[in-house]
Design a binder for this molecule. Structure first.
Ligand code: CA
Length: 222
C-alpha cells in the first residue's frame, strides 16, 4: 500500500512517515501543495494524508483540484483547525475523513486502515504469482498455503516485484521504490535483500519464482 503524506512541518512529517513505515506502508512525502499535486498525478497512491495549512497551495485547494481531475483516491485531512465549519469545508472539498492535530497515533492508524479497507472493498487485495500469495491489506504472505514471515523491507520488495510480475525491474527501480533512494551504493543492498527473499520463498520450493535477468535486474514470474 502506497501512501502520499503531505505535511509541511518536517519533523512531524518524518515522525508520521516512520510510524506508517513501521506498519509496512510505503510512504512518499510532499512538503507543499504544489509538490503534492505533482506527486499525486505522477504516481498511484492508495491514500493521501493531507494537511490543510500548506505553503504554495493549501490543502483544500489541493483536494478540490484532485477531485476536479476525477482522482478518487481516499483523502484523510490532517489539521490544527477543529471548528465544525472547517471540517464541513474539508469534507465538501472531497476529503473522506478528517483528523484534528494533535491526534493519538493509534486513532490515526485505525482511520488510515479503515479508509484503505473501504477503498479496497470491491477490489481484490491479494497479489498472486503461482502459489505465492501476498495480501496487501493484512500483509500476510504465504506460499503453497504455508505462511511466510517477512521483515518490513522484505515485504516491500516482494510487493513491488509482485505488482510488476512478468516484468523486469532494475536494481535502481527497486532501490527508489523500496528504499526511496537511488544511490548506486544501494544496488548491492537490493541483491542482499533478493537473497533473503529467495531463502524464504524459493529455497524450499521446487519451482523458483524470483529470476535474475542478467544485466537488467529481477523478475518474478510463474
Ligand atoms: Ca501545516
Amino acid at each position: 500500500m502506497r501512501i502520499l503524506l503531505v505535511e509541511d512541518e518536517k519533523r512531524l512529517a518524518t515522525g508520521i512517515a516512520r510510524g506508517l513505515k513501521d506498519e509496512r506502508y510505503v510512504v512518499d512525502i510532499a512538503h507543499d501543495g504544489e509538490n503534492a499535486l505533482f506527486l499525486a498525478e505522477t504516481n498511484i497512491y492508495d491514500l493521501i494524508i493531507l494537511d490543510l495549512m500548506l505553503p504554495k497551495k493549501d490543502g483544500l485547494s489541493v483536494c478540490k483540484e484532485l477531485r476536479n481531475k476525477k482522482m478518487n483516491v481516499p483523502i484523510l485531512m490532517l489539521t490544527a483547525k477543529d471548528t465544525l465549519k472547517d471540517k464541513v469545508l474539508g469534507l465538501e472539498a472531497g476529503a473522506d475523513d478528517y483528523l484534528t492535530k494533535p491526534f493519538a497515533f493509534a486513532e490515526f492508524l485505525a482511520r488510515v486502515a479503515a479508509l484503505l479497507r473501504r477503498n479496497r472493498q470491491d477490489k481484490t487485495t491479494a497479489l498472486k504469482v503461482a502459489d505465492l500469495i501476498l495480501d496487501q491489506l493484512s500483509h500476510k504472505v504465504s506460499r503453497g498455503g504455508k505462511e511466510i514471515t517477512l521483515t518490513a523491507k522484505e515485504y516491500a520488495l516482494l510487493e513491488y516485484l509482485m505488482l510488476h510480475s512478468g516484468q523486469v525491474v532494475s536494481r535502481t527501480m527497486i532501490s527508489e521504490h523500496v528504499w526511496h533512494e537511488d544511490f548506486d551504493s544501494l544496488t548491492n543492498f537490493v541483491d542482499v535483500y533478493i537473497n533473503y527473499l529467495r531463502n524464504k520463498i524459493d529455497k524450499a520450493a521446487k519451482k523458483k519464482l524470483i529470476r535474475t535477468i542478467h544485466g537488467a535486474g529481477y523478475m518474478i514470474k510463474e
